[in-house]
Write a protein that binds this ligand. Sequence first.
Ligand code: SAM
Length: 369
Amino acid sequence: MCSRTNRGKSPKSRSLPGVFKANHFLHREKVENWTLQARDTVIVLVLGDPPKDITQCLSSVGSIPWAELRRIWNGGSSSSEGAVVGAWRNLVVPGPSSMATQLFEGKGHAAVYQKYRFAPGEELQQIILSYLKEKRTNPIELVVDVGCGSGQGTRFLAEHFKKVVGADISEAQIQEARDASSRPNLSYLVCPAEELPFEDGSVDLLTSFTAVHWFDIEKFMKEVNRVVKPRGCVAISTYTVDMSLHYGNCSEKLTQIFKETRDLIFKYSHSRVKHVLEDYKEIFEALPFQDKKRITDIFDKIPMTVAGVVGYFESVSPFQAYMKNEPEAAKTLLQETEKRFLDAMGVSSRETPLEFWVRHVCILGCKGP
Ligand SMILES: C[S@@+](CC[C@H](N)C(=O)[O-])C[C@H]1O[C@@H](n2cnc3c(N)ncnc32)[C@H](O)[C@@H]1O
């Protein structure tokens, strides 16, 4: 579409003083010859009105929060009208959703996530499938799983539906999802939940597992309403903090250890976890469909191992924050937790199986008319 956004002229000549590229806006670097690819999302910060040739280069820019970008940018070299002082490739605009990207964008985190995060359990799967049977008479052609992570729920959907697309804002998560499984009816794309690249009324089923609390809920719900077909359905779920561990006669002790560790990790929780603690009440109210219900007592028993439970702790976003701030304490906590589990169970292998019981909340909705 357009190549070489940096024309290399000086700001004084009222052309472009420089184009900067970064994976994240805090770590920008100058790029001399930056070629835009067809599906790149680019946000360009311009002081004054954007020059025409630059605006023409932008392939899929949503609404640009100019004021916010100007506020953030303080390293621009020019203030002349119409000068481009910075550009970010695939930038998520700062705000609630950018925090989400930061939380899940690390490659290491995505790898741990892929390894240890479990798929929706049997009970949750059945509740969603039965709801669709009850509501849908037409075949389900297109399913979109938003905030799909490394594909935990997306793979389950691909076993049942014709075409399934997993969407997530984190490139690292999507890469893990692609590496984990390939099926002809399953594909993935990197995109924010608030700007879904689907036509109006084109999606038969939109799902999201343990992710909506990270989105800009208002914008996401507008997108849901836009992309879902009339009579199309939505299934939004999360697992809650009601979790327990079960092994022989020491389930109570194991669950106690689990809760103690979780409480230590959760001191690094993001405020958005409040939606989970409230069983997605606010998210349910925000779904703009008349025909909807919220089920708060779905229990699943997930087969796991001691290593799996410790890995689950490692995969939660507060633990990643804990690691950043207090790496030694975070590592020690996991080691000690594992030892306490093994001692309580009277076993030595971290591969010893146990059961992880979890309560899910699920919001189901069907769009009118
Ligand atoms: C807790 S994970 C859930 C992943 C997966 N659905 C599961 O069931 O395990 C939340 C996911 O939401 C993604 N996410 C956060 N904010 C997002 C946004 N605004 N748009 C799209 N994805 C987002 C994160 O990158 C992360 O992969």
